[in-house]
Write a protein that binds this ligand. Structure first.
Ligand code: GMT
Length: 375
């Protein structure tokens, strides 16, 4: 198939899933065209089946905000026509689903039909999408998509509960590429970070409020008081400054390392003993799955799609959002008991294997074929 993928090209989860999916499809012989404003962060190598079309709008003094949607729609029309695409797959509903609908309508005026699959990722429904500023367009463009997928059962249900949807939504879970995400020996990193054999706790995110990273720091404080340990904070975003201040205030600066955005996250996960994800909202929790693939148990909140990924008492523990005491108690329990840690590590890997890209990718291929056949 010839597939156009539209996504945010950043380190955000939806962009990562879209890029890994595109690379996986290209490996299986499909021709994949990424259409976005910058090369996706994880699109780092040449591949004979992968193409990138940069969307660049014209700036003009009248525009306070350059009209990206219009530039993207025009680019989609151009790429669908000239690359002869079979399907557009847009990741994150806002604004991609609405823009794809507009491109589809423009192409129809020339007698060309291109089916559109929209994948809902999370905040496009749970936070941003529900906002009155976007909700009518989100509802309309989901209903006008030829196919709709959600990355967890919880997100599917939330979408149906909160929007008036007359479409079927298929759940296709996020996935993991084990050729990259596996535990590797990085003992020299471990020695540098935890020279006295301290336990290493890790958190990876885009440092937004919804991730509740202050809870990560408070949980770590409790753990540190009982178990010699270090905390790795990987990623960057608007909350970083507040978090640095919090570390200073509670005197933990020497035990917490802010590592910023990292490309080789798997190397850092490989030296970690526990992953923390106390989010206020999480449709799936791809970062937790990546940790589990590297044999790291997870302490998380029990919100959204997290219970579909992290199994309570097996691969880690789940607590109510904000229940720092419970999260800390569970973290200490795992970290103090080497046998339990070993068991949880093994379970985490086994659970991650259920989300192997080799099993999930064919679900997208089948779905594309159904959507194309229906169009
Ligand atoms: O987590 C974020 O804020 C980024 C966001 C995105 O769309 O880029 O992530 C969402 O999509 C990921 C991939 O499907 C999911 O693993 C995340 O759980 C989801 N984030 C939220 O629901 C907050």
């Amino acid at each position: 198939m010839k597939i156009g993928i539209v996504c945010y090209p950043t380190y955000g989860g939806s962009g990562v899933v879209a890029t890994e999916l595109g690379i996986g499809l290209a490996d299986r012989g499909h021709e994949v065209h990424f259409i976005t404003y910058r090369r996706p962060a994880r699109l780092t190598h040449f591949h004979e089946n992968l193409f990138f079309h940069e969307v660049s709008g014209e700036d003009y003094p009248l525009f306070e905000y350059a009209p990206y949607d219009t530039a993207l729609a025009s680019k989609l029309v151009d790429v669908v026509k000239f690359e002869n695409l079979d399907l557009l797959h847009v990741h994150y509903a806002i604004p991609h689903a609405a823009v794809a609908y507009m491109a589809k309508k423009i192409l129809l005026t020339e007698g060309r039909y291109v089916p559109v699959v929209t994948t809902l990722h999370g905040t496009d429904i749970t936070l941003v999408g529900m906002n009155k500023a976007f909700a009518p367009v989100v509802t309309f463009s989901i209903n006008k998509s030829d196919g709709v997928t959600a990355v967890s059962e919880s997100l599917r249900q939330q979408t149906l509960d909160q929007f008036k949807i007359d479409q079927e939504i298929k759940v296709i879970h996020n996935f993991i590429d084990f050729s990259r995400f596996k535990r590797i020996n990085k003992d020299h990193f471990k020695k540098a970070i935890a020279p006295n054999g301290e336990r290493i706790l890790a958190h990876v995110s885009n440092f937004r409020k919804v991730k509740r990273i202050e809870d990560v720091i408070h949980v770590f404080k409790h753990v540190y008081e009982e178990v010699p340990s270090k905390l790795l904070l990987i990623g960057d975003g608007p909350e970083r400054r507040n978090l640095e201040e919090l570390c200073r205030k509670i005197g933990l600066c020497h035990e917490v390392r802010f590592l910023g955005k990292q490309d080789a996250v798997e190397e850092l996960l490989s030296i970690s003993d526990l992953f923390l994800m106390p989010s206020a909202s999480e449709s799936f929790g791809l970062a937790a799955l990546e940790a589990m693939a590297c044999e790291v148990p997870v302490i998380s909140s029990n919100i959204g799609g997290l219970p579909e990924v992290n199994i309570h008492g097996e691969t880690g523990f789940l607590s109510d959002v904000g229940d720092v005491e419970d999260m800390a108690k569970n973290a200490i329990k795992i970290l103090k008991d080497p046998e339990l840690l070993k068991k949880f590590r093994k379970n985490a890997l086994a659970q991650a294997e259920r989300f192997d890209i080799a099993a999930i990718l064919p679900q997208y291929e089948d779905y594309y074929e159904q959507v194309i056949a229906k169009a």
